[in-house]
Design a protein around this ligand. Sequence first.
Ligand code: SF4
Length: 290
Amino acid sequence: MASVCDVCFRRCRLDEGRRGFCGARVCAGGHVVPLSRGCFSSVSLDPIEKKPLRHFMAGSRILSVGSFGCNMRCPFCQNSSISWSDEAMERFEECRQGEAWSPERLAELARATVPRGNIGVAFTYNEPLVNWEYVRDAARLLHAMGLKCVLVTNGCAGERILDELDGLVDAMNIDLKSFSASCYRRFLGGDLDMVRNFIARAAGICHVEITTLIVPKMNDSVEEMRQMAAWIADLADRGGRSLNGSVPYHVTRFFPCFRLADRPATDVETVRRLARVAGEYLKHVYAGNC
Ligand code: SF4
């Protein structure tokens, strides 16, 4: 009997043994479950500012782990070798043949690296919410050790997933890749409404910073930046209190990559100009990769 995955807008309907669109979830025993329980593509101790998070435990470092798979299809993916390319799925299969990291093993490594400045674990590089059950289990252990859990996510997940993680995630950096529903749907393989709902809800349960990668001819107009910045400025916390333009916003520069390898890098002055526009609405705006 087929089962439906409710993690994201795609709502993949899967027969027994079949994988979802993201490549990271499978129907097993009549339930849709993550394929990867601790199958990591990379493990690295990074500065927290690299996530990027500029207003959360500044100056610290965080153990950053990535797995495989993604539910979006950005043609400029900066991590295509682990997200949705053929290479990513091949590497995923190889990784699954090896030894998995249990949440306990990961939490122990996080604790062991505290003397090196580590504050916890960041789930990043690929889309972590296609494997949210592992994030939940690891976060419980990390919190019991007094450590932090951070997500770097495309925000393309339903509110039920945030309910499951409420109280377990300390900070997120969430992509807002465009303010055009058709761009999200046709060019990025995502859903703008789902992302906006996710951001709005997440801003009420943990520290949130937002990132927009400025891609030439995709989202580099002043008008679109005004729409995004004004919307971010209007975000409220769980109690309905306005966050008053205080959500940190990262406006970053695109470099040719993956299927947009022939598109020029975003002009530095364009990124800086759009950051200045965002600064008319928001208190903390950072131009990145410039
Ligand atoms: S998370 Fe993956 S399996 Fe679930 S609905 Fe989204 S793409 Fe499909």
